[in-house]
Design a protein around this ligand. Structure first.
Ligand SMILES: [Zn+2]
Length: 94
């Protein structure tokens, strides 16, 4: 189990500002979460790594609203497993 290294701090590249701006541009400023939390208003504010780690390519970046980003961060940190996000869909209900 070698995925337990805990460099929790994002190590961001020198051109992070550019990558971030590009991510926002590609997303047209909208939240790109697959599943939005009820609090999400659809407007992105945060640049997120889809897979945690050192892959800063646009393929691994997504533009998220704060609430959706918070939720994902919680899942990333809590669930421990990647790629097993349940595809929940309950409109309205929390
Ligand atoms: Zn959202």
């Amino acid at each position: 189990m070698s995925w337990a290294n805990s460099t929790r701090h994002d190590r961001l590249p020198d051109n992070w500002d550019e990558l971030r701006a590009e991510c926002e541009r590609l997303a047209k400023g909208r939240c790109q979460a697959k599943v939005h939390v009820p609090e999400c208003n659809g407007i992105g504010t945060d640049c997120d790594h889809i897979e945690q780690g050192d892959d800063h390519s646009q393929e691994n970046l997504q533009w998220l609203s704060r609430p959706c980003h918070d939720r994902k961060t919680r899942l990333d940190n809590g669930a421990g497993k990647k790629l097993t996000l349940p595809r929940e869909k309950h409109p309205g209900a929390i």
